[in-house]
Design a protein around this ligand. Structure first.
Ligand SMILES: [Mg+2]
Length: 247
């Protein structure tokens, strides 16, 4: 079956929204150790140019961290699921102050996590990674829920692959897509979102609402159907093919 994945006839009008971990790069056991494979930055740079700037990395990571991984690029993007936004390459990052509730939850999470769980305090969100202690998954989820409880009107938890993430309410990847699509160089294009995890579903919904394409990566917890790529390696090969097609 032919899908948009092998029909690039409309691709000059696309705006690409790319998740990072598990989509562009393989998920690393420790998020600090994540690295982009050689050649990825160049493909992204070429695509950014061919699409007249309409390419954004939409990640749960802070944009500083995205930039470190994709060095030397500072692509347009959204960090911390949309709490940070950068519309233009190398441009200013809009970074509102994190709500107080998130700071309180962070303190309680840090105080109660068992050894082996990795707490990543990102400012607007808190990720608890338990890849190293998968047998503690239930304990960790319960403790995150307890740490969140007093502030659950202002924050919520999302469970991804070996990670529980507390996020500010009203901030998600779908809102990030909408915010970027409202302005040039994204405005008027057909949005295409590639993602591998639950937090990407808001992004999928946003692009589908705007007549775009949602591309699932791997066998994540998604509604079945629609275009799909097997893993980050397949994503990188597809992006390289798209780059060649756009010239
Ligand atoms: Mg991901």
């Amino acid at each position: 079956m032919t899908t948009m994945l092998d029909d690039f006839s409309r691709a000059t009008d696309w705006a690409l929204f790319l998740d990072l971990d598990g989509t562009l790069i393989d998920i690393a056991a420790e998020p600090d150790k994540a690295r982009a494979p050689a050649g990825l930055a160049m493909v992204l740079e070429d695509l950014h140019r061919s699409l007249h700037g309409a390419l954004a990395v939409v990640s749960g990571r802070p944009l500083n961290d995205v930039d470190r991984i994709l060095r030397p690029l500072k692509l347009p993007g959204a960090g911390q699921h949309g709490a940070e936004l950068r519309r233009l390459r190398g441009g200013r990052v809009l970074r509102p102050r994190p709500p107080r509730a998130i700071r309180r939850v962070a303190e309680r999470v840090i105080a109660t996590m068992p050894e082996g769980a990795l707490v990543e305090d990102k400012g607007h969100s808190i990720a608890v990674h338990y890849r190293r202690v998968p047998h503690l998954a239930r304990t960790i989820r319960a403790r995150v829920a307890r740490a969140l409880a007093p502030d659950r009107r202002e924050a919520h938890v999302l469970h991804g692959k070996m990670v529980a993430e507390v996020k500010t309410n009203g901030v998600d990847k779908g809102q990030a897509v909408d915010a970027l699509m409202a302005l040039p160089p994204f405005r008027g294009r057909v949005p295409v979102f590639l993602g591998d995890d639950r937090t990407d579903e808001d992004g999928f919904a946003a692009v589908l609402r705007q007549g775009g394409h949602a591309v699932r990566v791997g066998d994540g917890p998604f509604v079945p159907g629609g275009p799909c790529l097997a893993d980050p390696d397949a994503v990188r090969r597809w992006l390289a093919t798209l780059r060649d097609a756009l010239g």
